[in-house]
Design a binder for this molecule. Structure first.
Ligand SMILES: C[S@@+](CC[C@H](N)C(=O)[O-])C[C@H]1O[C@@H](n2cnc3c(N)ncnc32)[C@H](O)[C@@H]1O
Ligand SMILES: [Zn+2]
Length: 315
């Protein structure tokens, strides 16, 4: 429930602590945010173009695909890693950025009975789904490319599964002994489908770019390459295409303009064995420097006031 996650949330405008009064959460400076009927709260901030999360159709396709269990081995591995980390530091908050439907967070909480969960996503459909994925989850609409509406050093474990992530912000919100679990696809992921279905492939240099982005903020502690084969029928393949980045590129107009590809899709209708390949890396928060602007200091003080974390400038 959202109430469980309130202690780690921070006002996106001023960094103040948030309290709930009826269907609204507000900070001490009068910034107020309505709780949607579906149970999530929008803490989107700032002006300019809002983040473009997945569409409702993409989120629904992802929900069906995950319900069918095709990514079960990945989900089990993520939940197992959260459980392992919880043995050392039980309780606290597990954050999932780009949480989508909330399936991974729910699986993780099922193995972490003392923890609460916070799902963050930029898509309303995802926030709606995640709000009900598990009784201990709070769901927030926010953009991971901006400052997260989360207090400094308030999160024990953060997850990012096939989702965008801002390393500096994740570093800020994690406790000093916090950990970040990252799952990203390798170029082998779904490879047999990429050509025939004209899907967007994974850039060969992605692992290298990920290392560069994470270095400085996180030290890699454990790394497991998960490879498994999925047996997919026609509907599963439709959902897989519909939930992924290629969904943005496969409008009806494009399908009509490229009937060969459409025929290929239909030919792929039978049972297919498709490889999934995703390294799962567990990273430890790197030693913190003394940087951080006024907002960081404000959020840092907020965490200290709440007793919710350790000082973010510890050597
Ligand atoms: C590929 S899906 C992965 C969802 C989930 N982690 C899973 O694996 O089932 C990526 C998710 O990131 C979300 N997303 C995209 N851009 C975002 C942003 N700037 N801020 C927050 N979420 C974002 C999308 O709405 C989508 O739910
Ligand atoms: Zn405020």
């Amino acid at each position: 429930m959202l109430n469980d996650a309130l202690p780690v949330l921070a006002c996106p405008h001023c960094g103040g602590a948030l309290e709930r009064v009826g269907r609204t959460v507000h900070c001490g400076n009068g910034h107020a945010f309505d709780i949607a009927r579906q149970g999530y709260v929008s803490l989107l901030s700032g002006s300019g173009q809002a983040a473009q999360g997945d569409t409702a159709a993409m989120v629904a396709a992802r929900g069906r695909f995950l319900d069918a269990g095709h990514y079960g081995p990945l989900m089990d591995a993520v939940a197992g890693e959260v459980a392992r980390l919880q043995q050392r530091h039980p309780g606290g908050c597990v954050l999932d950025v780009g949480a989508g439907t909330g399936h991974y967070l729910a699986a993780a909480l099922a193995q972490a009975p003392a923890a609460i969960g916070l799902a963050v996503d930029a898509a309303k459909a995802a926030a709606r789904s995640a709000a009900h994925c598990h009784p201990r989850v709070g769901s927030v609409l926010a953009d991971v490319w901006r400052q997260l509406p989360i207090a400094d050093s308030s999160i024990g474990v953060a997850l990012t599964v096939f989702a965008p992530r801002g390393p500096a912000e994740l570093h800020r919100v994690l406790t000093n002994n916090g950990a970040l679990i990252v799952a990203t696809p390798t170029p082998r992921h779904l490879r047999e489908l990429v050509g025939p279905l004209d899907l967007l492939g994974v850039d060969e240099r992605k692992p290298e770019r990920l290392e560069q982005a994470m270095g400085g903020h996180f030290a890699r502690r454990r790394h497991t390459l998960l490879e498994f084969t999925m047996s997919l029928g026609h509907k599963d393949i439709e959902d897989l295409v519909g939930m992924g980045p290629s969904a943005w590129h496969s409008t009806e107009a494009q399908r009509q303009a490229n009937p060969g590809r459409t025929a290929d899709r239909e030919r792929l209708g039978g049972d297919l064995r498709v490889p999934a390949a995703a390294p799962l890396a567990s990273r430890q928060v790197a030693q913190r420097g003394g940087c951080g602007g006024p907002r960081s200091a404000k959020l840092h003080n907020l965490a200290k006031r709440r007793g919710g974390g350790q000082p973010s400038t510890a050597a």
